[in-house]
Write a protein that binds this ligand. Structure first.
Ligand code: DQA
Length: 152
């Protein structure tokens, strides 16, 4: 089972950007935590990060042509603005989960819109880096045709 984890703009600056909101750990630490968990649950994970909307659209299309089974995506600010990314996710029709490190639903009004939400199987928000691990669990259960059992 091959899953692509996509991170949008400014997430490469984790640890530097607004640590009170996004935490003190950096992007490489996030990737290490996801990779370790993916190995534990037997999922083959790949990563992509870009600050550019079109590059993210290209990565979503490439995932389809490479036979990726599902997508975990934190579109970051593009969550709230990008019809192109939402259209790409719907176009390739791969299953996936939307992740936000911070609790977007409790933040500014401009963060209340998500263009990808109606594509996503689920949205995990406000759980820090752990949200990506939960997203892998949700996606893996879906791809195996099992009900997702939350460990919470
Ligand atoms: C974010 C929330 C977005 O509103 C913001 O623009 C981001 C990160 C999150 O992970 O909490 O860049 O997606």
């Amino acid at each position: 089972m091959r899953i692509l984890v996509i991170n949008g703009p400014n997430l490469n600056l984790l640890g530097i950007r607004e640590p009170d909101i996004y935490g003190k750990e950096d992007y490489n630490s996030l990737l290490r935590q996801i990779a370790a968990y993916a190995e534990e649950i037997g999922v083959d994970v790949q990563f992509f990060q870009s600050n550019h909307e079109g590059a993210i659209v290209d990565a979503i299309q490439d995932a389809y042509f490479q036979g990726i089974d599902g997508i975990v995506i934190n579109p970051a600010a593009y969550t709230h603005t990008s019809v192109a990314i939402a259209d790409a996710l719907k176009a390739v029709s791969l299953p996936g989960v939307e992740v936000h490190i911070s609790p977007v639903e409790k933040r500014e009004s401009f963060r209340q819109i998500s263009y990808v939400r109606d594509w996503a199987l689920a949205t995990v928000s406000g759980r820090g880096f752990a949200g990506y691990l939960q997203a892998l669990d949700i996606l893996k259960a879906h791809l195996e045709g099992k009900a997702y059992a939350s460990g919470d």
